[in-house]
Design a protein around this ligand. Structure first.
Ligand code: GLC
Length: 442
C-alpha cells in the first residue's frame, strides 16, 4: 500500500472508513483475547516478606494491587517471625545466588550485611528517595549505591492499659522505677481480686535481635550509650549500662513472667492483647491489632514513649523498620524495582499506616489527617521516631550480627540469673574487642 504524497480519492476514503469499521469490530470482539495474549508476556515476581502480626497480609494485598495494575503476577514468600532466623535464611539464599526471590524485605540493620547482594535502585527512583527521611536513605546507601528503599519505621513504644491505670489512680510512668512500681501495684491488686493471670510488664526477652532492641533502650535511657559508638569505640562496659540491665533482671518473675525470657514480639502481644498485662513494650504494628474488632482491649489502650532511667536519663526508643531491596540475582530487576517503588510509594504507605499502623518513611504523610486519626501516636510521638536510637549496624558493618549476638547473649544471661550485670558487660566488652581487634577493625 502506498501512503505517499497524493490525496485519497473518495473511493479510497470509503474503503478506508470500512477498514476502520471492520478493525474496530475485530478489536471489540477479540479485544479480550488480545489482552489475554499480552498477558502471556507477563512475568511472575517473587517477594519475601516478614510475617509478624499482619505483615504478610499487608505485603500480599500491596503486591497484588501492583500485579493487577501492571498485568504481572507476584508470589509471596513467607519467612520466620524472628529477625535473627530471617537473616540466616536470607544469607543462605543470597550466598547461593538464588534467583527465586526478586524482592527482599530487609531490616534497617541489614544493608551493611546484605547490601552487596542488591542492585543500585537509584537509576529507577527518579529522585523520589528525597521525600523519605534522610537518615533512612543514608542508612540504605552503601558506597554510593541505594541498595534498598525505606518502607516503614519502627521505634519501641510503651503500651499501657488506660482503664487499669485510671482504675488504680496511676499515670503512665516517666521512669523505669515508676513503671516497676505501678506494674507491681496493679498486678498485685488485680490478682488479689481474682485475676490470677495478670502480669505487670511484657516485652521481648528471648535471645535474639529483639532483645538487643529492648536492652539498648534500657541502656541508652540510662545514658549508658549504644554498645559501640559512632566512631567504632566499644562503650558497653559502663556503670549506667550495668544498672539498666540489673533493673531489667529484677523484673523477671516479679512483674514479668519467667516465660518472657523466651518471648518475641508476638508472644508479648499475645499476653497483652488477651488482657493479661498492664504494660507492654512493642513496635507500632501492635496498635492496629490491639484496636482491631476482635481485640478484648479495644479502646482501653494508650501508647507513650518508653520510660527514662532515673532523673538524669532520657527516654530512648530503638530505631527499627524495614526496607525493600532487589536481588542482584533477579531475572527481572527493572520490574522488581517497579514493584519496590510501588510498595514504598505514597498511596501504599498511606494505606499501610491507616489500616496496619505501619509508620511511613515518607515525611509528608505525618501531616496527613487520615493517617493521624487512625494512629494518633504517629503525630503525638513524632519526636520518638525521629530521635530513635540506631543500633551500631553502620559502624560495625558486616560484623553487626555478631556484635548483636554477643550483646543479647550477655544480657540474656543476666536476665536468667546466671551472671551479674557488671561482670557480664566486662566479658562482653572483651569479646567485642577480640571481634574488632580493639575496636579498630569493624
Ligand atoms: C522489628 C524491627 C526490626 C528489629 C526487629 C527485632 O521487626 O523493625 O528493626 O530488628 O523487630 O525483633
Amino acid at each position: 500500500m502506498d501512503f505517499g504524497g497524493s490525496a485519497y480519492k473518495p473511493q479510497q476514503y470509503i474503503t478506508m472508513k470500512n477498514n476502520y469499521f471492520i478493525g474496530f469490530f475485530i478489536f471489540m470482539v477479540f479485544g479480550a483475547a488480545l489482552v489475554e495474549a499480552d498477558a502471556t508476556h507477563a512475568e511472575t515476581l517473587s517477594i519475601s516478606c516478614g510475617a509478624v502480626g499482619q505483615e504478610l497480609e499487608f505485603c500480599k494485598t500491596g503486591a497484588e494491587a501492583w500485579a493487577k495494575k501492571t498485568g504481572n503476577q507476584v508470589t509471596i514468600v513467607s519467612t520466620p517471625n524472628s529477625a535473627t532466623a530471617r537473616l540466616a535464611l536470607y544469607q543462605q539464599w543470597l550466598a547461593a545466588g538464588a534467583a527465586d526471590v526478586d524482592v527482599f524485605q530487609i531490616d534497617v540493620i541489614w544493608p551493611g550485611i546484605l547490601g552487596k547482594h542488591f542492585i543500585d535502585l537509584k537509576p529507577y527512583t527518579n529522585g523520589i528517595e528525597k521525600e523519605h527521611f534522610p537518615a533512612l536513605v543514608q542508612n540504605d546507601t552503601l558506597d554510593g549505591k541505594l541498595v534498598a528503599m525505606p518502607w516503614f519505621i519502627d521505634a519501641g513504644l510503651l503500651y499501657y492499659r488506660k482503664d487499669l491505670l485510671a482504675k488504680h489512680g496511676a499515670q503512665p510512668p516517666k521512669t523505669w522505677r515508676e513503671l516497676t512500681e505501678t506494674a507491681q501495684k496493679i498486678q498485685d491488686v488485680e490478682r488479689a481480686a481474682g485475676n490470677d493471670k495478670m502480669w505487670g510488664f511484657v516485652w521481648q526477652g528471648r535471645a535474639y535481635e529483639g532483645l538487643t532492641c529492648n536492652a539498648l533502650e534500657w541502656v541508652a535511657s540510662h545514658n549508658g550509650g549504644s554498645i559501640v559508638d559512632a566512631r567504632g569505640k566499644i562503650t558497653i562496659d559502663n556503670p549506667q549500662a550495668a544498672t539498666a540491665i540489673a533493673t531489667a533482671a529484677g523484673w523477671i518473675d516479679t512483674i514479668s513472667p519467667e516465660g518472657v525470657l523466651n518471648y518475641a514480639e508476638e508472644e508479648a502481644r499475645g499476653v497483652f492483647q488477651s488482657g493479661n498485662a498492664v504494660f507492654m513494650r512493642n513496635w507500632p504494628y501492635a496498635w492496629s491489632l490491639a484496636q482491631g474488632p476482635e481485640s478484648v482491649i479495644k479502646d482501653r489502650v494508650g501508647v507513650s514513649a518508653l520510660p527514662k532511667g532515673g532523673t538524669d536519663g532520657h527516654p530512648a526508643a530503638t530505631l527499627g523498620g524495614s526496607q525493600l531491596a532487589v536481588s542482584n540475582y533477579s531475572k527481572h530487576p527493572q520490574l522488581a524495582a517497579d514493584l519496590v517503588l510501588y510498595l514504598t510509594g505514597a498511596q501504599e504507605q498511606k494505606r499501610r499506616a491507616i489500616q496496619g499502623a505501619y509508620n511511613p518513611t515518607l515525611i509528608a504523610l505525618y501531616q496527613d489527617p487520615e493517617v493521624l486519626a487512625a494512629a494518633p501516636f504517629m503525630g503525638a510521638l513524632y519526636d520518638t521516631f525521629v530521635n530513635a536510637v540506631a543500633r551500631p549496624s553502620t559502624v560495625t558493618g558486616i560484623k553487626y550480627n555478631q556484635v548483636s549476638n554477643e550483646f543479647w547473649n550477655a544480657v540474656h544471661s543476666v536476665l536468667a540469673g546466671k551472671t551479674q550485670a557488671q561482670a557480664s558487660l566486662a566479658q562482653l566488652e572483651s569479646a567485642l574487642k577480640r571481634l574488632s581487634r580493639g575496636g579498630r577493625h569493624w
